[in-house]
Design a protein around this ligand. Structure first.
Ligand code: ADP
Ligand code: ZN
Length: 590
């Protein structure tokens, strides 16, 4: 029966992983909480059972745009669905009520604030409800990333409708948010079904932002000609200015943010969804409910507020399962920017919580650990390093040994009894004259001043590395604590390295030389680019990892005809030559 409905109504041949188990729970009238990444197929889990039931399924959803999409898509399949929201006219509302009372609807979408209304409750009491669906359930939790106070009203569903089951859905929830959802919704002994977080088809990369990142961005976009994508920026003004800048430089973009008049927003949205415009330059107001399957890239121009936000935003890429890219451009200034925004929050616990989230995503962005693995672990899932679907796994970076420095750091933590935070420890290492240090007698310690050679910033990076490698954890009051692993380092049983770039970047960031443009054969360059595209598609790696534009230009200028000549071109190393050299030589020798 289930399989028949799957095929006949939804046109799918088989259930995806976890869908069937979730559907069974819904059919058994059990409460359900399903956590599944975007594109995982959550809608089917409540839509299919509904088609096997006689009444109407009530869906609560946070955004009118989202409801409109869902209703339209059901209607397009000839499934009767309607919505109740505050934007409707009296006549429209009346019509929906009529349909409900005549049991003519399979789905009713309502906005959460409607539940505050006695009339709505009375209406719901009169109709045969199958079960309730809570979409984007994380909105109910203050610990999630899209808290909506209206969602708190949903707690009363179980009081008014104790016999009706609830199916709640979200793409992202930590344990903390999960238990909050269950508690707030008063779910009874719910079935919790959690899918793998891993989105293998999204290639993840991060880069330190250089200046305003315009060059980095253009380089990236040039590799994605004719592809749909979203660029997330931090303010409305930035969305406007960047969009017009890009339009002046050969790209077609539109801005999208909450400050635009509704009809402009809707218009821009439609042009994007219908492929009339390729790139949206948007604030986070853009996203929820975009059902565009072929978004090929998502770029963040600064650090998002949390890994939850970030994961949800990059999750909009590649819903069709095809290879897509996520690029995060950031720098340490973003941290300060965020903290500045937080200064208005008066609830100290909440503020600390938000601050910790920002620190976490900063750590993520700078870390050398597989990005997919880090995301999985953040959401309490586990994953081996992906191997080839993120920059950290795929690229080779020059490493520098820092065993000695790491030993200094760990000793300093040990000698000061593991009760201080990183600033204090670094001050000890650098031999600071700070009063507090001297009062504590830190200048008498053997570790005092032994790390003078490194700057404070360099020590911060080494602290980050110690956390990343699990030598250190953060305890109460931000104190640094040693782990079992740390002893191996202290006993010189473990060699420690770091990506050299992380330390050198600190110096280079400001003094960035402007590359002079070389003269090269433009046609040849285009041919080389086409070859690179072809190889990239074939190997499933981002094009710039094969050769950068810069290297292709160098090749188009030097026109090497054999291996030796090619190896002399800047950007071509032995490894790259072995992997791709001959393919490019063929074109160069045409
Ligand atoms: P989510 O709400 O989890 O982001 P959707 O419900 O929008 O995901 O589903 C994403 C896509 O997957 C949709 O295009 C949907 O038609 C498709 N899909 C869902 N279930 C199946 C299935 N069992 N077989 C094939 N495609 C499916
Ligand atoms: Zn990886």
């Amino acid at each position: 029966m289930k399989h028949q409905v799957l095929k006949d109504i939804f046109g799918h041949n088989a259930f995806r992983e976890l869908q069937e188990e979730a559907i069974d729970a819904v059919l058994n009238q059990e409460d359900l909480l399903m956590i599944l990444p975007t594109g995982g197929g959550k809608s089917l889990v409540y839509q299919l059972p509904t088609m096997m039931m006689d009444g109407v399924t009530v869906v609560i959803s946070p955004l009118i745009a989202l409801m409109q999409d869902q209703v339209a898509s059901l209607q397009a399949q000839n499934i009767p669905a309607a919505m109740l929201n505050s934007m409707q006219s009296f006549a429209q509302t009346h019509e929906v009520i009529e349909q409900l009372l005549n049991n003519q609807l399979k789905f009713l979408y309502i906005a959460p604030e409607r539940l505050n209304n006695q009339n709505t409750l009375e209406l719901l009491q009169q109709i045969p409800i199958n079960f309730f669906v809570i979409d984007e359930a994380h909105c109910i939790s203050q610990w999630g990333h899209e808290f909506r106070s209206d969602y708190r009203l949903l707690g009363m569903l179980k009081h008014h409708f104790p016999t009706k089951s609830i199916a709640a859905f979200t793409a992202t929830a930590t344990h903390h948010v999960t238990s909050d959802i269950i508690q707030q919704l008063n779910l009874q002994n719910p079935r919790i079904i959690k899918g793998k977080i891993y989105r293998q088809n999204i290639f993840i990369a991060t880069q330190r932002r250089i200046g305003n990142a315009q060059t980095q961005l253009k380089n990236f976009l040039n590799l994605h000609k004719n592809e749909s994508g979203i660029i997330y920026v931090s303010s409305r003004k930035k969305a406007e200015s960047l969009s017009s800048y890009l339009n002046q430089h050969g790209f077609t973009t539109l801005p999208y943010h909450a400050g635009l008049p509704p009809h402009t927003r809707e218009h821009n949205f439609k042009l994007f969804v219908n492929d009339k415009v390729q790139i949206m330059v948007a604030t986070i107001a853009f996203g929820m409910g975009i059902d565009k399957a072929d978004i090929r890239f998502v770029v963040h121009l600064s650090l998002p507020k949390s890994l939850e936000n970030y994961y949800q935003e990059i999750g909009r890429a590649g819903r069709d399962g095809e290879r897509s890219e996520a690029l995060l451009l950031f720098n340490a200034g973003d941290l300060a920017q965020h903290k500045h925004h937080l200064s208005e929050i008066t609830d100290e616990t909440y503020k600390k919580h938000l601050q910790a989230k920002i620190t976490q995503i900063y750590r993520y962005a700078t870390s050398e650990i597989c990005f997919h693995k880090q995301i999985a672990e953040y959401f309490e899932d586990s994953l081996e390093p992906c191997g080839s679907h993120c920059q950290n796994c795929l690229s080779e970076f020059e490493q520098k040994e820092i065993t000695k420095e790491m030993q200094m750091l760990l000793s300093a933590i040990y000698k000061t009894n593991q009760i201080f935070g990183k600033n204090y420890i670094i001050d000890v290492l650098r031999g600071s004259q700070d009063q507090k240090l001297l009062q504590n007698g830190a200048d008498k310690l053997s570790v005092y001043g032994i790390g003078k050679e490194l700057s404070k910033k360099e020590w911060f990076v080494i602290v980050e590395r110690s956390l990343e490698l699990g030598f250190v954890t953060i305890g109460e009051f931000q104190s640094l604590k040693l782990t079992q692993e740390a002893t191996k380092v202290l006993r010189s049983k473990l060699q420690v390295t770091i990506r050299s770039q992380r330390l050198s970047e600190l110096e280079k960031q400001k003094a960035r030389v402007v590359q002079e443009e070389i003269t090269y054969d433009k046609d040849l360059f285009e041919k080389l680019r086409a070859k690179r595209r072809e190889l990239a598609d074939e190997l499933g790696v981002p094009a710039y990892l094969i050769f950068s534009d810069k290297t292709l230009k160098n090749l188009a200028a030097a026109m090497p005809s054999n291996k030796e000549e090619m190896l002399e071109v800047s950007g071509v190393g032995m490894k790259k030559y072995e992997q791709y050299g001959e393919e490019f030589l063929e074109i160069l020798n045409l």
